[in-house]
Ligand binder design. Structure first.
Ligand code: OOG
Ligand code: MG
Length: 254
């Protein structure tokens, strides 16, 4: 049996050495509440290194993702400054274990949120929407985990890029999401795959954040969860995503 602090230290070491670790759940039982405690400690390791929390990410908000990973509940993880990619900050794949990319939609919070919101209340709490690509990189061997394991591992969070912020449209339904690897279509999804409506994923984020003691502050980014299964990056160098009406997000993998 490992303690919460030990689990967090093992997972942080895995992330920083690119050495995947064995799942905890195959040798011991722990519940979701303890798993979120591990996640808080794990994110604390990054904060102690000088990085800041800049947002949250939802996981398993689409059937495609639940099916790919064999889990059935939504999860929430935390995003830090060292995960942010941009035109001048490529993904260094040698610093990852087995990175995968997935097409997402990002929201920007226009105010602090301290309660659980309904989807209809989201519009008055956000001031930007954008195309986004998330890079997930499980710290567990073979990218295999239980729900508790993945929550403890900060929901496989590794890196993300957000495209130019757009004005918030009244609806986000039926948007085509096309992810390309080296300019060739790698995955194609629809925004409807994200809980039938990405605003529902944002509402679910307020519920899970509230439940697990995660702060949602003005200016923070919320990733709504992938609309398709994730793809291994491997030899890919250019990863891009175009979402109907929201423009393009892209990064370089070296
Ligand atoms: C967990 C993270 C899931 C999403 O968008 O559904 C996630 C994983 O698949 O490793 O980020
Ligand atoms: Mg994701």
């Amino acid at each position: 049996m490992t303690t919460i602090s030990e689990k967090a230290a093992i997972l942080h070491h895995s992330a920083r050495t690119q050495q995947p670790t064995a799942q905890f759940s195959t040798t011991e039982q722990y519940d979701l509440e303890s798993a979120y405690k591990v996640q808080h400690k794990l994110v604390g390791h990054r904060v102690n290194e000088g990085h800041k929390i800049v947002g949250v990410k939802m996981g398993f908000t689409s059937h495609a993702k639940m099916k790919q990973m064999g889990v059935k509940d939504m999860i929430i993880g935390q995003l830090t400054t060292d995960m942010q990619l941009d035109a001048n900050t490529p993904l260094i794949t040698s610093k990852c274990c087995h990175p995968r990319a997935e097409p997402e939609i990002a929201f920007r919070l226009s105010k602090d949120i301290g309660r659980v919101l309904k989807a209809q209340e989201i519009l008055e709490h956000i001031d930007g929407v954008a195309s986004a690509i998330e890079v997930i990189d499980s710290r567990y061997e073979n990218f295999k985990f239980s729900l508790e394991d993945v929550v403890a591992d900060n929901c496989s969070s590794c890196a993300f890029v957000v495209g130019p912020w757009c004005e918030v449209p009244l609806g986000l339904n039926g948007l085509d999401m096309i992810m390309c690897f080296n300019n060739t279509v790698e995955a194609r999804g629809s925004s409807n795959a994200i809980l039938d409506n990405p605003f529902e994923a944002m509402a679910a984020a307020t519920r899970l954040a509230n439940q697990h003691g995660i702060g949602l502050k003005k200016g923070m980014i919320v990733l709504a969860g992938a609309s398709t299964a994730a793809s291994f990056i491997k030899e890919t160098t250019e990863v891009s995503l175009e979402v109907d009406g929201l423009g393009k997000a892209a990064f370089t993998a070296l």
